[in-house]
Design a protein around this ligand. Structure first.
Ligand code: 5GP
Length: 347
């Protein structure tokens, strides 16, 4: 047994210190980035926020809405092959990742869709990115798709970020147990404070010309700002996009003054009972549900939430004097909040 006693931080443990700046307005800042990817050598420019591949969030409607902001989406993996072929034939799919798991059926479906559509962005999504089998699959998919931008995860430690990049990933997804409807930490005791995971994995990945995507744990635009400040190249969000018109799932209505008004939507983890029943007919006997099901208030069109996110980020950049998103980590100083310091140092 080993105890790691270094300080490890979550988004809520810190604030970003303001810095003197010559910027006069948030309109002067640029929230897009241009990346050159390690394996294909290709470039992508845009706002590096990704809608999570949860079946309520990573929908084709969400992808079409986010591309208006030059942001990205990872489609969920439960669409039929034909729906995916049709979607990826469209120009609106340019910022969208095709998502697959680690099973033979996932590989078979991928091979079929790839034979019919040009897939430029791939996302290999497993709950536990620490298995040899996963690394082998990343290498196999890289070999089969040398020109694609390949994202893979999830992991939370530097050595695994390096292993994934060397196996063929361009972007490593960082986050275990950090999701808003995830119960992995409660059920298994496994996890890693998200901000520290991002800082440590980004350092390792950048040394190899790879990139990282902070996945999970953002509850407000300020958390997205902190993830970029910690060195995340991309930020993936689920819960912050839940409850919108572009989401999958039923809208719950209430009758008010004789009118049916939308009030809530269901949102659930992809390992929750709800998702397992929907896609696999139930939770397999050898595993337990690692996700929650919640009702979230109905929020209407996602464009308002996106305005709030981009507005928050622009404002944070003016506070720290970063003209471009790329400069944000260099200009970020995190301050541990005093309430957290008391807790962390047991005062
Ligand atoms: P959020 O932005 O809601 O905090 O986190 C979204 C992330 O939570 C997803 O991108 C995914 O990595 C993770 N996630 C989604 N569903 C589940 C689940 O059922 N169990 C676990 N452990 N993680 C989940």
């Amino acid at each position: 047994m080993h105890i790691e006693s270094d300080l490890k931080l979550d988004f809520s443990d810190v604030l970003i210190r303001p810095k003197r700046s010559t910027l006069r307005s948030r309109a002067e800042v640029d929230i897009t980035r241009t990346f050159r990817f390690r394996h294909p050598g290709s470039e992508w420019t845009g706002f590096p926020l990704i809608a999570s591949n949860m079946d309520t969030i990573g929908t084709t409607r969400m992808a079409r809405a986010l591309v208006q902001f030059n942001a990205m989406a990872a489609l969920h993996k439960h669409y039929s092959a034909d729906t995916l072929v049709e979607f990826f034939a469209n120009e609106d799919s340019r910022n969208t990742f095709y998502t697959m798991g680690n099973t033979d059926a996932d590989l078979e479906k991928f091979t079929y869709v790839k034979s019919k559509a040009h897939l430029t962005k791939l996302n290999i999504d497993v709950a536990n990115g620490y298995t040899e089998n996963f690394l082998e699959n990343v290498a196999r998919i890289r070999a089969a798709s040398p020109d694609a931008i390949l994202m893979a995860g999830s992991i939370v430690t530097a050595e695994m970020a390096e292993a994934l990049i060397l196996a063929g990933a361009d972007i490593v997804r960082v986050g275990i147990g950090s999701g808003s409807v995830c119960t992995t930490r409660d059920l298994t005791g496994v996890g890693y404070p998200q901000l520290s995971a991002v800082i440590e994995c980004a350092d390792a990945a950048h040394g190899l010309k790879g990139h990282v995507c902070s996945d999970g744990g953002c509850t407000a635009p300020g958390d997205i700002a902190k993830a970029f400040g910690g060195g995340a190249d991309f930020v993936m969000i689920g819960g912050m996009l839940a409850g919108h018109r572009e989401c999958g799932g039923e809208i719950r209505y209430e009758t008010r003054d004789g009118e049916d008004v939308p009030v809530a939507m269901q949102f659930y983890g992809m390992s929750s009972d709800t998702a397992m029943k929907k896609h696999y007919g139930g939770v397999a006997e050898y595993r337990a549900s690692e996700g929650r099901t919640v009702d979230v208030p109905y929020k209407g069109c996602v464009s308002e939430t996106m305005q709030e996110i981009t507005g928050g980020l622009r404002s944070m950049m003016t506070y720290i004097g970063a003209v471009r998103l790329k400069e944000v980590p260099k200009r970020t100083t995190f301050v541990i909040t005093s309430s957290q310091r008391d807790k962390l140092f047991n005062k």
